[in-house]
Design a protein around this ligand. Sequence first.
Ligand code: FES
Ligand code: FES
Length: 152
Amino acid sequence: MVEFSVNGTKHSFDGDPETPLLWYLRDLAGMPGTKFGCGLGLCGACTVHLDGVATRSCQTWVSDLDGVEVTTIEGLSEDGNHPVQVAWRELNVAQCGYCQPGQIMQAASLLSETPDPSDEDINASMSGNICRCGTYPRIRAAIKLAAERAGQ
Ligand code: FES
Ligand code: FES
């Protein structure tokens, strides 16, 4: 039996040890905010936080999560007002929206580790998160806006 938390709520699991966290979240826990893109760790759509660190949930087995705190887009903030989410809305970052939960989770992890990221820091952290709509310039601007506000 594996015990972990998702957005502050305790979960336990004793199913197939190779169940990916992404499937657990979407199909078993009823949290569809985390998206399936490639299933291969190549697109970032499935990004969640494990103990605060951005991680691809499609490449994470639930059986490896004993004692881990999982945070999904649904739990990033109580009211949808995490500084990254506020900046995202203000700059109308999303286009189709599909990649955006993963982008936001990756950006939130970047800013928690690097509060004032350079362009190189943003490139290094965000380059694995693919957006087919090409919202990259707005993603960069929103990360900088959120960082600027946090530094005020
Ligand atoms: S679905 Fe996980 S990285 Fe693409
Ligand atoms: S907003 Fe459409 S894929 Fe990124």
